[in-house]
Design a protein around this ligand. Structure first.
Ligand SMILES: Cc1cc2nc3c(=O)[nH]c(=O)nc-3n(C[C@H](O)[C@H](O)[C@H](O)COP(=O)(O)O)c2cc1C
Length: 378
């Protein structure tokens, strides 16, 4: 055990000094500002693509192009700000999944995090017989050993290649959840329970492909002690979203961050998202209006989510999340992890990472002392 350092996180040839991935947070919450700050602090910063084009002037008439252009700009901006590791998060549920994956590879993103649906297939425009030769590493996000098995099996069969790492997003995460509503509070589906199953699925592929495939734990990880706990359980890194919202560098408005500072435990609720998955969010007037049966009037310029039944859903989730990101919480709402109520101040990314490292090292020291005392008493 190294008493001076957290373990590094190695994915392919890339090595993050701090084993922390900043979770991609869509509709403009994690853009180049947050991403480059995390990468500069030694972690892996992730630009989220969901709704990224909504901030382009031609979004209403040219949405797909707006998405691609905005992603291109954000990757370039992030790369200009850091020489650290930059990832891109693409939701499988997005209608332009293929275009955004291809654009990330073309722009030289270091990693692709593929979640909100099972990434069983990749765009046909990629060199699918030579995936391992691409500089971009592929990291699916799953919520069960079964999902991991399906993805690994499909990739092996189709591409003779398996993912470079995998994120296990547990039921305490913010945003969309890969669980049925009744599983969310069931202790059998806790991150501590599902993580070992995913590690067991990945292990034979590590042997077969003769490379390490790190498993990264996510959902409700709040302190350095939490990171230590999941590393002890076999994770090689963690992905954190909620903590990074409450940073100066997070690309959301101050009002969005204040929703985190002001919320109480009971304000954090599970909603039905038009994506077709449950989601975790902070209760506000908008969500109360929707749950009382009000149907918002909106125009759908294009069906951004494959599964959205836009003529029948009560509101446009892309618009509601964008409004919140910009600070209009009367007409939108904030996604948040189960621990968002514990956020009590906004700090810099550097300060946050230093705090997490300090807390992690305090546990390492404590455990080392305990082991020494036990050895002396033996
Ligand atoms: C505001 C917000 C937006 C999110 N958006 C996305 C997204 O676009 N794509 C995705 O795969 N995960 C998304 N997530 C999940 C995070 O990437 C991360 O896995 C999760 O928040 C981890 O749990 P934590 O918030 O408890 O740390 C979002 C989470 C939050 C809080």
């Amino acid at each position: 055990m190294n008493l001076n350092k957290m373990p590094t996180l190695r994915i392919g040839a890339l090595e993050a000094e701090i084993p922390i991935v900043q979770g991609g947070m869509g509709v403009g919450i994690s853009l180049s500002g947050l991403t480059s700050a995390v990468a500069n602090a030694g972690g892996i910063g992730v630009i989220a693509t969901a709704g990224i084009g909504q901030f382009e002037p031609d979004w209403d008439i040219n949405s797909k192009e707006a998405d691609k252009r905005a992603l291109q700009k954000e990757i370039r901006k992030a790369k200009a700000e850091t020489s650290g590791i930059i990832g891109v998060n693409v939701m499988v549920a997005l209608s332009d999944f293929d275009d955004l994956v291809q654009c990330s590879v073309d722009e030289g993103a270091n990693m692709l995090f593929l979640g909100a649906g099972l990434p069983l297939g990749l765009p046909k425009t990629l060199p699918l017989d030579r995936l391992g030769e691409l500089a971009t590493k592929f990291v699916p996000i799953v919520s069960s050993a079964r999902a991991a098995k399906l993805v690994f099996r499909a990739w092996q069969k189709r591409y003779n290649h398996v993912p470079d790492a995998v994120v296990v997003d547990g039921p305490l995460a913010g945003g969309h959840l890969g669980f049925k509503k009744e599983q969310i509070d069931d202790p059998d589906y806790a991150l501590e329970k599902i993580l070992p199953g995913v590690i067991a699925v990945v292990k034979p592929y590590e042997e077969q492909f003769n490379r390490s495939i790190p498993v990264i734990a996510a959902g409700g990880i709040f302190t350095g002690a939490d990171i230590h706990k999941f590393v002890q359980l076999g994770a090689q890194g963690v992905q954190m979203g909620t903590r990074f919202v409450a940073t100066y560098e997070c690309d959301a408005s101050m009002e969005f961050k204040e929703a985190y500072l002001n919320c109480k435990k009971e304000d954090i609720i599970i909603i039905d998202s038009p994506v077709g998955l449950p989601g975790r969010a902070i209760r506000d007037k908008f969500l109360e209006r929707i749950s009382s049966g009000v149907k918002e009037i909106f125009k759908c310029p294009w069906k951004c989510l494959k599964s959205c039944d836009f003529k029948n859903v009560p509101y446009c989730i892309g618009l509601a999340l964008t409004n919140a990101k910009k600070g209009d919480l009367e007409n939108g709402f904030a996604f948040a992890g189960a621990n968002a109520y514990r956020v009590d101040k906004i700090v810099s990314v550097k300060e946050l990472i230093e705090t997490l490292v300090g807390e992690y090292m305090a546990v390492v020291m404590q455990r080392t002392l305990e082991a020494r005392v036990a050895a002396q008493n033996a």
